[in-house]
Design a protein around this ligand. Structure first.
Ligand SMILES: [Mg+2]
Length: 290
């Protein structure tokens, strides 16, 4: 469906946010909080984003980043004080504010599969365009002329030459990725929703194909927001034009969440943080998705 505009977010959502004792805000990083730049290592947040997130997280809202990047990379780029919780690699790893980390298990044959995908990509692209992650391999063609055709060639090559159950080839903004099918942002959102009490307002924002899993997982439980300069078909209910409406949304969230002012956030409760830390430690072996 085509998402409604930022202005169409119903007043009742903001009232609910003002009145609720806690809230959760799940955010993608690249293309949502930071612009795309030729060197991903330099993708710093839009001006004002860092301060707004710090203020929102300092209140009753639990702010969580859900990104395709490794979690520590997002933390290093965002540089909030204190750090925020980050789910990296599309939910394959989780980094709590205190540094506790959980990573999904990966078999040696899965590593070998990604090695083969990388070797096929290396025949067509320089190594700096190939990004090997734990659960996926991504290629980036930003700024390369004929990049779209190159991605199509590589997609066919991966489909023809890689044999393996349980993998998905997915496009993202100016790139293509092969990733384990059970590792996706929807899984991260489902795990997070289990930790959010019923009735607590939740919103989730993201800009690309990989965020559609998150929007679908959120469903009617919260506010889903596609960050995009143009309307397009999406599972998200609303659209934010970056960066202006992303900043306007964060400012509005902060204002609404501060209206009540009297409630300490769930995550600020030490016993809740301790429960989370234990859960992540317990599942570090990968027994459960966390
Ligand atoms: Mg993104």
């Amino acid at each position: 469906m085509i998402p409604a505009s930022f202005a169409a977010i119903p007043e009742r959502f903001w009232r609910h946010l003002a009145e609720a004792p806690a809230a959760a805000l799940l955010l993608d990083y690249d293309g949502t909080l930071a612009p795309f730049v030729p060197d991903p290592a330099r993708a710093i947040p839009y001006e004002g984003v860092r301060e707004l997130l710090q203020r929102i997280d300092g209140g009753k809202t639990r702010v969580v980043l859900v990104s395709g990047r490794p979690a520590r990379e997002v933390r290093a780029l965002l540089r909030t004080v204190p750090p925020l919780e980050v789910w990296g690699e599309h939910g394959g790893e989780r980094l709590l504010p205190d540094g506790t980390q959980w990573t999904a298990p990966l078999l040696s044959e899965e590593k070998a599969f990604l090695d083969r995908a990388g070797a096929l990509a290396a025949d067509h692209l320089p190594s700096e365009r190939i990004e090997r992650k734990q659960f996926s391999l991504a290629v980036h063609v930003r700024g390369i002329s004929g990049g779209g055709a190159l991605l199509e060639t590589l997609r066919r090559l991966w489909e023809d030459r890689l044999s393996g159950e349980g993998w998905r080839i997915r496009p993202f903004a100016e790139g293509l990725e092969v990733r384990r099918a059970d590792i996706h942002k929807g899984r991260a959102v489902c795990a997070l929703l289990e930790e959010v009490p019923p009735g607590v307002p939740v919103a989730c924002a993201g800009d690309d194909e990989t965020d559609e899993d998150a929007f679908r997982a959120l469903g009617e439980r919260g506010l889903s927001l596609l960050v995009s300069v143009a309307p397009r078909c999406t599972a998200a209910k609303f659209r934010l034009f970056p960066p202006e409406e992303v900043l306007a949304f964060l400012r509005r969230w902060h204002t609404a969440a501060e209206e009540s002012g009297a409630f300490p956030g769930d995550r600020k409760n030490p016993s809740v943080l301790e429960t989370l830390r234990k859960r992540v430690s317990r599942t570090r072996s990968g027994v459960d998705a966390g």
